[in-house]
Write a protein that binds this ligand. Structure first.
Ligand code: AMP
Length: 398
């Protein structure tokens, strides 16, 4: 037993901010929170925790990067701590099910859960497509699982083979519901939800970055009297990002990018392109010019994607070239620059992209290349941001 005490985690009270200390959380959970370096609750945590800890359903309009993962995980883990199981459950019967639309997001949630359960006995298993089924099955067969993080398709595989049962699920979390909808996963999700206990006898958290009528309907059918929480979209991120727009001819983009990356200020950067083939072309060009970089796109094998992401997180790889889908939800602190090799077609993607920098209290820079090919994407971005932007000539020669 650790002799760690709450006094070892001193966080001064500050007006307008909640501390984790204010929620009477289990000591081992507080210990893990202290190790993760969290001091004050993020707004979504402050708003969610009072309801999450009182067994209420929560629907949350929030994007990744707001701390929503820890918000629901802290709720789940506190519940498990307060209501320990009297008997060892059968294999493959999780107490909490967390559904996420992409492998990357699921693996990230698994990582967060492992961080928060560092001093608890709760076990997390992640089942996602594109990775070895048997290995995931071995993990489920080894010991009971408390938290199961899954993408819908792979979970259906496990359910169809009777390797997982959702009958004992006490808490259901549906993350990024709008993306599930966009990606056509809702029929799968519906089948999955149907196999969990009735909404009256489970607690449900439902998150989505946007709430249109379709998403609203899903939220209403899967929750009961949910507390609806709205966190303003990435306002924090755009406040802490110095956004630059450079007018660049299509033929000058490559050399401008190269100069930019050779500039020593660019310590860790994500370069976004709109299509997979473009990311591979840009990576090849940069590598031919002795820049160490890798692509993060949907057609890169999963194993390679993970190793790339890990190298980027550790700092041994400075530059990533990503598509929106692959780059979404990637949380790496210390990204100094986001470079838009092309302007995205969807203004929301622009905000997601630049939100990869300027995180965790630091400031960042985004540089968007605006060329004859994509300048027409700028007015919708200005409209979404609610401001006119200044296009300047590049600060570095092409
Ligand atoms: P999420 O939106 O859940 O993906 O979280 C975004 C990032 O914020 C993750 O890297 C978390 O580790 C981090 N984070 C979550 N809660 C806090 C907190 N209270 N203080 C500082 N960082 C946090």
């Amino acid at each position: 037993m650790s002799d760690w005490k709450l006094e070892d985690f001193a966080v001064p009270e500050v007006a307008d901010k909640d501390r984790f200390h204010d929620f009477a959380l289990p000591l081992p959970l507080m210990h893990a929170i202290a190790d993760l370096g969290y001091e004050y609750c993020t707004p979504i945590q402050s708003k969610t925790l009072p309801f999450a800890l009182s067994d209420y359903d929560v629907t949350g309009q929030a994007q990744t990067g707001t701390g929503k993962t820890a918000a629901f995980l802290i709720g789940v883990l506190t519940r498990f701590w307060e209501h320990p199981l009297k008997e060892v459950p059968p294999l493959g019967c999780p107490r909490a099910l967390i559904l996420a639309p992409t492998r990357e997001l699921a693996l990230q949630i698994e990582g967060d859960a492992k961080g928060l359960t560092k001093y608890m006995d709760e076990r997390t298993v992640c089942v996602v497509g594109g990775m070895d089924f048997q290995k995931q099955l071995d993990k489920l067969d080894k010991k009971p699982v408390d938290l199961l993080v899954a993408t819908p398709g792979r979970l259906i595989d496990f359910l169809d083979r009777n390797k997982i049962s959702l009958k004992h699920v006490e808490v259901l979390v549906i993350d990024e519901a709008d993306r599930m909808l966009d990606m056509g996963f809702i029929p799968d999700v519906r089948r999955i939800v149907f196999q969990t206990p009735h909404k009256r006898t489970r607690q449900t958290f439902f998150f989505s970055a946007t709430f249109n009528d379709d998403v609203m309907r899903l939220a209403e059918s899967w929750t009961i009297d949910a507390e609806h929480i709205v966190i303003e979209p990435e306002s924090v991120a755009t406040d802490t990002v110095d956004q630059k727009f450079w007018m660049i001819g299509r033929d000058e983009k490559d050399s401008s990018l190269l100069n930019l990356l050779r500039n020593t200020d660019t310590e860790r950067a994500i370069i976004f392109a709109n299509r997979r083939d473009q990311t591979h072309r840009v990576v090849k060009y940069l590598q031919n010019n002795s820049i160490d970089c890798e692509a993060l796109a949907g057609d890169v094998p999963q194993r390679k994607r993970l190793s790339t992401l890990n190298r980027f997180k550790e700092g041994s790889l400075k530059f990533l070239v990503a598509t929106d889908v692959a780059g979404r939800g990637i949380h790496v602190d210390g990204v100094t620059h986001v470079i838009n090799y092309e302007l995205p077609e969807d203004p929301e993607d622009y905000v997601h992209r630049i939100g990869r920098t300027g995180r965790a209290g630091s400031t960042g820079t985004s540089i968007s290349f605006v060329s004859e090919d994509d300048a027409f994407n700028l007015p919708p971005i200005e409209q979404y941001l609610g401001m006119k932007v200044d296009c300047t000539i590049p600060e570095l020669p092409a």
